[in-house]
Design a protein around this ligand. Structure first.
Ligand code: PLZ
Length: 422
């Protein structure tokens, strides 16, 4: 199969593991050779409700037999409206909201930017160091890391301005001063280099994903949101990776009661089917003329049925609490591990979005080779872990929220053993 893949599929698509999957569920992937792999990746934070979750399967099966596509812009259907109702209800804030549905996280982020520009009549977009927003032209411009995402793919969209991220582990003045100092640097840079009156939107992942699972210090996001409000800037939360129970709240912004003007969602929303959304203040969303937003497949009826099944599962099984329980089970063991392994410079994250940042002992120098070595050791021992980070030196742990205690514990054991052999 791998040989066939090499002959037919473009080289630009890489793999974490050279396996082909034939079945998955309950936090385990089974490959075509019959190997079982503990899943600490969830298909990059997608299968939070598990693979083939019961309510996803039943809703999708029913829908796929009824009709597969009409295009919401041609002939609407109830599932789309129901998903928008759920998004309006579940996203932070109880103000009047509207939603629109798309196919991917990148598409949701692009549309959030379109809406913010249209509503404000301004052009500039502010993003952050270590940000990841997607692989389309605009979202590549918004993404920080060159290799592999941007290398050779320019020219990139203009009017995108990058600011320092409040990154406690690497903040020069130390974690305690990170929030205040970052806010002051960011607001003065925006004033001096862009002019707040030109800024349509500030776009931020409330917990950064691909860039290294960077959790901003308390006070940073509320401060940034308040600054945006005072300056007439649309505050956009990219909750594509952090949203839908992953961090122990419905959305990562909920942790500090931050209410974004627009929220981009995808990944966990539909139990593995492709669906994304933009949800936000009715007056911003509705500033766009009819026909200004859309797409052939956005909010496809089968994907909407999957989302309704996934959201139902999250509520019935209280998956925010499940994510907090995963944190409670994992964090003490990871912290203990860090005390015995000098290469672990930082343990961070929330809920079931946890990470270890690896450095040369006693320094801040990133050690990508160590991260690669540990992840390879986990892979050979039958567990999927992913790396991330601008410097490629962060191991990230993203189990499905329904993984269950014993499998979770077995997975952490594999990680501990991999570190013991580092
Ligand atoms: N915003 C915060 O995490 C997707 C990228 C995988 P799409 N992250 C996984 C890869 O290498 O392509 C992501 C994200 C945040 C936007 C996106 C983009 O979502 O559904 O991949 O377009």
């Amino acid at each position: 199969m791998f040989e066939r893949r090499q002959r037919t599929v473009a080289r630009g698509l890489s793999h974490v593991l050279p396996v082909f999957i034939s079945a998955a569920g309950g936090g385990v992937l089974i490959d075509v050779d019959g190997n079982s792999l503990i899943d600490f990746g969830s298909g990059i934070a997608v299968t939070s409700v598990g693979n083939s979750a019961e309510l996803v399967v039943s809703r999708v099966t029913e829908q796929v037999a009824q009709f597969t596509h009409t295009c919401f812009m041609v002939a609407p259907y109830e599932g789309y409206v129901e998903v928008c109702e759920q998004l309006n209800r579940l996203t932070p804030g109880d103000h009047d909201k509207r939603s629109a549905l798309f196919n991917s996280g990148a598409e949701a982020v692009e549309n959030a930017v379109k809406i913010a520009r249209h509503a404000t009549g301004r052009d500039a977009i502010v993003v952050f160091d270590h940000a990841y927003h997607g692989r389309t032209n605009l979202t590549m411009a918004m993404t920080a890391k060159n290799m592999p995402y941007k290398e050779g793919f320019g020219p990139f969209a203009g009017e995108v301005y990058r600011m320092p991220m409040a990154y406690p582990f690497r903040w020069p003045g130390g974690p305690a001063r990170c929030a205040q100092e970052a806010l002051s640097v960011i607001t003065s840079l925006i004033h001096a280099q862009v002019g707040e009156e030109n800024v349509a939107a500030v776009v931020i992942e409330p917990v950064q994903g691909e860039g290294g699972f960077i959790v901003p210090p308390d006070g940073f996001l509320p401060g940034l949101a308040a600054y945006c409000r005072e300056s007439g800037i649309v505050f956009i939360a990219d909750e594509v990776q952090s949203g839908f129970c992953r961090t122990g709240d419905w959305f990562a912004c909920d942790h500090e009661g931050v209410v974004p003007d627009l929220v981009a969602t995808a990944k966990g929303i539909a139990g593995g089917l492709p669906l994304a959304g933009v949800t936000g203040r009715a007056e911003l969303m509705d500033s766009v003329h009819p026909g200004g937003l859309g797409g052939t497949y956005g909010g496809n009826p089968v994907a909407c049925a999957a989302a309704l099944g996934a959201i139902d599962t999250m509520e019935k099984e209280d998956l925010p609490a499940a994510a907090r329980a995963i944190e409670a089970a994992m964090l003490p063991r990871l912290t203990k591990l860090a005390q015995t392994v000098p290469a672990i410079g930082d343990v961070r994250g929330r809920g079931a979005m946890l990470a270890l940042e690896l450095v040369r002992p006693g320094t801040l120098e990133p050690d990508a080779a160590a991260a690669a070595k540990v992840s390879r050791a986990c892979h050979s021992a039958g567990m999927i872990v992913l790396t991330c980070g601008t410097y490629g030196n962060v191991l990230r742990l993203l189990p499905p929220l329904v993984i269950g205690e014993s499998l979770l514990s077995e997975g952490i054991g594999i990680l501990e053993e991999a570190f013991a052999r580092l």
